[in-house]
Write a protein that binds this ligand. Structure first.
Ligand SMILES: [Zn+2]
Ligand SMILES: [Zn+2]
Length: 686
């Protein structure tokens, strides 16, 4: 086929190549495949076929973070040659590979959401024409738009804006891209006092540029897109909330009103989203932690530091005992190590060089500077090094529930999930290179047992490798990295575990396997990790005497299965919505005497149950029966044992089961054996 100068080649995802007249659009391509596809398409992803990949994502410089980067991506000119999203109506002038994105695509949803931001700005200007526009990007959960208007928006205004947005959507105005010379745009923005738009033009474009606008009806916005074909494609949206922020983060600048909203492909998806949010709020471990009196964070003590109250501490004890027992069964040895060490140690380990910004600042004592430990590893290394080792001693597996302290920036802490002090169920395995694969496999199996024991059935596995182009951020030789990645891959293959490989996410000292569990709401949580390390054995000059009588360097594996005990507890609270299975419940049964004369019998039951190893509480309060039952229900106790004359005479209890209600009377001995069997099997049923 001879290419004609006025035609372009479109490479489609199925491998076929179609020829179109130059200037054809993604919509034309879609129509040539099927009108149904053309109607379903939201936006297109293109990549020029001949051009070289571009070097930088934007020309505003690499120093930008957060908002600035988001702004640059909205306003800077696209790079020719780079993969990018384009409007379905954008004329194509070169050979490209092209993919049509439909409602199945997360990126298409972002385009819908950003288009919803334009619809919101349209509504705001129609209702409050004095408003000046900032910017309105899509976010992970929806979109926002920054507005400047001296009068604050009221909750009624938000409703009016949402209603007007519905009108803009109903008008189904096409989003049309237009261009204007930069000086003209700047002059216009300055005359109309659009100080934010003028700023964006000055910051993100260069003299001589043409400025890109999107127009729908009379509304236009400085933006490089892409957008959905018309406002009618914003089918499901909601205006959510309002927050204040100073222009450019400077309190001497005007205060902006940031209006948040969200949008979805359909009302059904939006309703599901809000139902999930509501469910997540109901399960929020910070709320349940207070309601169930499990833990607290104390302003006086500092952010990100956890106080375990008796009930939370009971769950923790069970988690820790279980973990220690399992470690011992699997050939680990338990150790304890200090919370602080001399800075010298952290220099030897490399933490001062690679990890200092995550550590608490040093404390000066009379003999040296000390730091709180951010990791337990160097301590376990010192124990290993304390006595000579031979190949017969390997593998050496040291385990510790070690408290570590890491510096998290103020304002980034979140309940039990992101803290400054936490407990790692940490272990370090020192072994010979030919033992490594078996050890990694054993760690993965152990992690699977942890997850299934605590009620998680689904998990995802990631293999994090290094970025060889970012050499300075990694310790160890190229051969070491290749060997380590290879052994982790082999271990995963042996267990036939599907996984995703993520480049550039490894720790500075070696590649790792991360296991993320999927909770009852389908959310992913990073917990277990198995990490390879060839850095510490070299830095600390670790040795063992081999079968050949020569000295060799052992390899080292770090592994944590709960990850952080605090975080794992937070995930457990949310997973079970505070209704722990019997074996984990801090109080397994509440005993409620019907009246004062049944208290002696209630106390005797308490003794019997405690002697059997069950955790119970008698309610001696002078409250009505109904109030007591309600309180225990709110506390999510697995069992309530109600005792009156009949029960006292026959040595029985009247049983109420969480979520199942009144079960009638049963002999006390029967209740004990039922409960003990469930605890023993760590069952989630009651
Ligand atoms: Zn836009
Ligand atoms: Zn470690």
């Amino acid at each position: 086929m001879t290419a004609n100068a006025a035609s372009i080649k479109i490479h489609l995802p199925d491998g076929s190549i179609k020829e179109f007249p130059a200037g054809s659009t993604a919509h034309d391509v879609a129509m040539s495949i099927s009108p149904r596809l053309a109607a379903a398409a939201v936006v297109a992803r293109i990549q020029p076929v001949t051009a070289k990949p571009a070097e930088h994502k934007n020309h505003a410089g690499p120093e930008m973070e957060g908002d600035a980067a988001a702004e640059a991506s909205m306003y800077s000119a696209e790079e020719a040659g780079a993969e990018r999203l384009v409007d379905l109506s954008a004329p194509l002038h070169e050979d490209v590979s092209l993919q049509l994105l439909t409602e199945k695509d997360a990126e298409a949803l972002k385009v819908v959401r950003h288009s919803a931001a334009h619809v919101m700005a349209t509504a705001v200007l129609e209702l409050y024409p004095e408003t000046k526009l900032g910017h309105g990007p899509a976010t992970d959960a929806g979109f926002f738009y920054d507005f400047y208007r001296p009068t604050p928006f009221t909750p009624e205004d938000l409703k009016a804006i949402e209603a007007r947005m519905a009108e803009v959507v109903a008008r189904n105005e096409p989003f049309v891209r237009e261009w204007e010379p930069r000086d003209q745009s700047l002059a216009r923005f300055k005359t109309s006092n659009d100080f934010m738009k003028a700023h964006f033009v000055e910051r993100f474009t260069k003299p001589g540029d043409e400025i890109s606008f999107y127009r729908n009806g009379p509304f236009e916005d400085f933006c490089r897109g892409p957008h959905v074909p018309a406002t009618g494609r914003v089918k499901a949206f909601r205006v959510l909330s309002l927050a204040g922020a100073y222009w450019l983060g400077d309190e001497n600048n005007p205060q902006l009103q940031r209006l948040y909203g969200t949008a979805f492909f359909s009302s059904k998806e939006m309703e599901q989203h809000f139902a999930r949010l509501e469910e997540a709020q109901r399960r929020d471990h910070r709320v349940l932690g207070k309601q169930l009196d499990l833990f607290s964070i104390q302003e006086l003590a500092g952010a990100g530091l956890i106080f375990w109250h008796p009930k939370g501490a009971m769950v923790r004890r069970i988690m820790e005992d279980w973990m220690r027992d399992e470690c011992l069964r699997r050939g680990y040895q338990l150790v304890y190590t200090p919370h602080v060490a001399r800075v010298n140690l952290w220099q030897t380990s490399g933490h001062e060089g690679f990890y200092a910004r995550n550590m608490f600042t040093p404390m000066e004592l009379d003999d040296a500077d000390y730091r709180m430990k951010p990791m337990n590893c160097p301590f376990h290394v010192l124990i290993y090094k304390n006595t000579p080792k031979s190949y017969r001693d390997l593998p050496v597996r040291y385990a510790e529930l070690g408290n570590v302290y890491r510096y998290e920036r103020s304002g980034t802490m979140h309940g039990l999930l992101r803290v400054r002090g936490f407990t790692q169920d940490d272990a370090h395995i020192f072994c010979s290179p030919n033992q490594i694969e078996d050890e990694v496999v054993a760690c993965i199996e152990f992690a699977q047992v942890v997850l299934s024991t605590f009620g998680f059935t689904e998990f995802k596995v990631e293999l994090s490798t290094w970025d060889p182009n970012d050499r300075k951020n990694y310790a160890g030789s190229d051969e070491n990295w290749a060997m380590a990645i290879d052994s982790l891959e082999k271990a995963l293959a042996r267990k036939a575990i599907p996984h995703k490989t993520i480049k550039g996410e490894a720790a500075f000292y070696g590649p790792k396997i991360d296991i993320k569990l999927v909770d009852v709401l389908g959310r992913l949580w990073q917990l277990s990790t198995v990490q390879f390390d060839f850095n510490l054995p070299a830095r600390f000059e670790l040795e063992y005497v081999g079968e050949d009588g020569e000295r060799h360097q052992p390899v080292m594996v770090h592994r944590a299965l709960y990850g952080s005990v605090e975080r794992f507890f937070g995930v457990l609270i949310e997973h079970y919505a505070g209704a722990f299975p019997l074996w984990l419940a801090p109080v397994q049964a509440g005993i409620v005497p019907i009246s004062e004369r049944h208290q002696a019998y209630a106390d005797s039951i308490q003794t019997t149950l405690q002697n059997a190893g069950l955790r119970v509480e008698v309610d001696h309060r002078n409250e009505k029966m109904g109030a007591k039952i309600r309180d225990y229900t709110l506390q999510k106790l697995p069992y309530l044992l109600i005792v009156g004359d009949k029960e006292a005479e026959s040595g029985s209890v009247s049983l109420r089961v969480r979520g199942q209600g009144d079960q009638g009377s049963m002999p006390l001995a029967d209740f004990v054996s039922r409960a003990l069997a469930l605890v023993d099997s760590k069952s989630t049923s009651l």
